[in-house]
Ligand binder design. Structure first.
Ligand SMILES: *[C@@H]1O[C@H](CO)[C@@H](O)[C@H](O)[C@H]1NC(C)=O
Ligand SMILES: *[C@@H]1O[C@H](CO)[C@@H](O)[C@H](O)[C@H]1NC(C)=O
Ligand SMILES: *[C@@H]1O[C@H](CO)[C@@H](O)[C@H](O)[C@H]1NC(C)=O
Ligand SMILES: *[C@@H]1O[C@H](CO)[C@@H](O)[C@H](O)[C@H]1NC(C)=O
Length: 327
């Protein structure tokens, strides 16, 4: 009896002192040993953990949401068992399926919004307009925010008021007005050192022969979706939606499968884009685009458990429609 007590104490003490590094092989093995619905592996170098935490913390909060629940769609409508926006709008699959890389900057809030806006411009113009909304413009020209994070709703408010110009990925001045200022984090596992601040807002296109004021796109007033069925109906009717998630340490090492929280501490609040859903071995999931490069997770995507508000994903979904009367 006595030795048992001692053993328990020792285990407790070592559990307190031996908190595994969130990117260590031991922590990854611990996740996989639990045989959850997903597999962990190395996505980032151990030495980059502080920066990884920063890029996983780009959400400062949801912003203003009153009231807290909404009923936008009639929930008695049926939805299919599975749905993928890339298949529903094949002529827009290249836009919807483009994985961006926020690189060394906590700009997920801006990238997610620029993705949702670009997807919906394509979808709602029947692919007659394939304009990419510039994540750089959202990142740098939305008041007070930048690489240290932004509110989930801030870009949608500004899309509705002053609008955003077009623009593509890093070094792609051929695609619209303003391209993203950082190259993707290179190598594998991802090498992504030295956090950078966003540059200030420049009211000029990379190609100075383009007229900046003619590059604007605009949105109608945004809408929130705060449960599974509302998000599903919105996806089917209007296309991808943005949403916030709480990031735990295990998520950073997600490789494949259907993510659900297994182990580790809170690591940040992040913004992503939901593009569809499905069911695998009786586990319901969302299909979600992340902005940590195509080398992360399932080719830049992850699947996450659906129906139980896993990591808050079903509470803070948001989207807006393009306002074609203004561009
Ligand atoms: C897209 O196509 C639908 C169905 O054909 C049509 O009702 C709608 O007006 C079209 N929208 C645009 C912007 O062309
Ligand atoms: C925002 O969108 C709504 C329609 O959804 C529109 O009535 C309003 O004028 C827009 N705001 C601005 C500044 O254009
Ligand atoms: C940027 O684009 C130019 C022109 O296409 C190319 O020469 C250069 O290598 C690119 N730089 C990077 C870092 O990709
Ligand atoms: C740019 O476009 C705006 C709006 O169409 C126009 O008023 C302005 O004269 C243009 N500027 C240049 C330099 O062409």
């Amino acid at each position: 009896m006595k030795s048992l007590t001692v053993t328990c104490l020792l285990v407790t003490v070592s559990a307190v002192f031996a908190k595994l590094h969130p990117l260590s092989d031991e922590f990854i093995d611990e996740i996989n040993a639990k045989e959850s619905t997903w597999k962990a592996g190395r996505n980032f170098e151990i030495g980059d953990y502080d920066l990884v935490k920063t890029i996983a913390s780009g959400s400062l909060g949801i912003g203003d949401r009153e009231p807290l629940t909404f009923t936008i769609h009639d929930e008695s409508e049926d939805v299919p068992e599975s749905f993928d926006s890339r298949e529903a709008w094949p002529e827009c699959a290249d836009v919807i399926g483009l994985i961006r890389d926020q690189s060394r900057c906590g700009g997920c809030w801006a990238l997610s919004a620029a993705e949702v806006m670009s997807d919906r411009i394509c979808i709602h113009s029947n692919a007659t307009k394939k304009l990419m909304v510039s994540s750089q413009d959202v990142l740098t020209c939305t008041s007070d925010f930048g690489c240290s994070g932004g509110n989930v709703d801030a870009p949608y408010k500004q899309w509705n008021s002053t609008g955003y110009v077009t623009g593509g990925l890093y070094n792609n001045s051929l695609q619209g007005c303003k391209s993203y200022f950082l190259p993707e984090c290179d190598e594998h596992p991802t090498k992504c050192t030295d956090y950078v601040d966003a540059p200030s807002c420049v009211q000029q296109c990379d190609d100075t022969s383009l007229n900046y004021s003619q590059q604007y796109t605009y949105g109608l007033k945004h809408t929130w979706f705060s449960n599974e069925k509302q998000i599903q109906l919105e996806l089917v009717k209007n296309g991808p939606v943005g949403s916030g998630i709480v990031v735990y340490e295990d998520f950073i090492s997600y490789k494949s499968g259907i993510y659900q929280y297994v182990s580790g501490d809170f690591a940040g609040s992040h913004v992503i884009k939901i593009i569809g859903w499905g069911v695998e071995n009786d586990v319901k999931y969302w299909i979600v685009a992340n902005s940590w490069n195509e080398r992360w997770g399932e080719n830049g995507y992850f699947r996450i458990k659906r129906g139980n508000n896993e990591c808050g994903i079903e509470h803070t979904a948001i989207a807006a429609l393009p306002d074609f009367s203004r561009f």
